[in-house]
Design a protein around this ligand. Structure first.
Ligand code: C2E
Ligand code: CA
Ligand code: CA
Ligand code: CA
Length: 279
């Protein structure tokens, strides 16, 4: 067995070995990052048709001590491999609730709804509801200002359990959004079975606007569906005025994207907001 192991190593591409070492480094570093609070919450604003500020999505970044600011795409895989996704999500939830509580005495931000991305491994943990109840109590955050973004694949893993969890959380006042809507296989299957508030149109559809007829057809269908089920529909990744225009004509009322604002750390998010409101 030892011999086979050796042989396998010989065929190992040195570049692959580098990549592996780098990943192992990140996985170790990530444990420390969670302890030492190196993860930073960025907030990206969401607007309605007026446009009036309606909320913000929390997007995590890692202020690594020796590297540049890392994006989720650069460390989420390491987190998953290290089994740290639930810990990371809990970190983000806790910090988001702290931020909500801090914003309560700022007029512009007092009623802001903050959307947090949740992974399956957290939602399905048996003590998730208890955990979240505790965080809300400890921080004093208002549960009505918390929205959880779930993906289709997550919901389909175990729909009865997902529905049960969501019902329990809904009693607390928490709301739910389906992220990347339209990119999964069986969207129709769960729409009427789950206590949802919002559909988020995936960026891939928005990006090809205004000239892609297929994307437009899909967006129209999502909007019609969402609107007739009484769900809020929000488009992510809106970068151009023509995209916003086309989305509005298709029946989409809410927007998020670089056209409206970049993700920013809390203090800069506040400044930006106060500036645009007094402008
Ligand atoms: P997502 O939930 O689909 O988030 C939207 C992504 O689009 C974010 O990338 C955001 O920065 C980016 N974005 C926003 N507006 C625009 C735009 O106008 N144009 C373009 N090209 N991009 C835009 P980001 O921050 O790199 O996050 C990537 C993914 O990582 C997220 O995709 C989400 O799935 C995951 N993620 C981020 N934060 C967390 C977290 O706290 N927990 C978990 N579990 N996942 C997270
Ligand atoms: Ca999201
Ligand atoms: Ca999304
Ligand atoms: Ca997306």
């Amino acid at each position: 067995a030892k011999q086979a192991g050796k042989n396998r190593l010989r065929f190992f591409d040195p570049q692959m070995q580098d990549l592996l070492n780098q990943r192992l480094g990140l996985e170790e570093d990530l444990r420390i990052a969670l302890e030492e609070q190196q993860l930073v919450l960025y907030f990206q604003p969401q607007y309605d048709h007026q446009p009036k500020l309606i909320g913000a999505e929390v997007l995590v970044r890692w202020q690594h001590p020796t590297r540049s600011l890392l994006l989720p795409g650069e460390f989420m895989d390491s987190a998953r491999r290290a089994g740290l996704t639930p810990a990371l999500d809990r970190y983000v939830l806790q910090h988001a609730c702290c931020q909500l509580a801090r914003w309560v005495d700022q007029t512009e931000l007092a009623s802001l709804v903050v959307a947090v991305n949740i992974s399956a491994s957290l939602l399905y943990q048996p003590d998730f509801v208890e955990y979240l109840t505790q965080i809300l109590q400890q921080t004093g955050a208002n549960p009505h200002q918390l929205k959880l973004e779930l993906t289709e694949s997550l919901l389909l893993d175990d729909m009865p359990l997902a529905a049960q969890r969501m019902d329990e959380l809904r009693v607390l006042g928490i709301r739910f959004s389906i992220d990347d809507f339209g990119t999964g296989y069986s969207s129709m299957l769960y729409l009427h079975r789950l206590p949802l508030d919002q559909l988020k149109i995936d960026r891939t559809f928005v990006q090809s606007l205004p000239n892609d007829d297929n994307s437009l057809a899909i967006i129209r269908a999502i909007c019609a569906l969402g609107n007739s089920l009484g769900l809020e529909v929000l488009a992510e990744g809106v970068e151009k005025p023509e995209q916003r225009q086309t989305l509005t004509e298709a029946g989409c009322q809410n927007f998020q994207g670089y056209l409206f604002g970049y993700p920013l750390p809390a203090d800069r998010f506040e400044q930006q907001l106060i500036q645009t409101q007094t402008a």
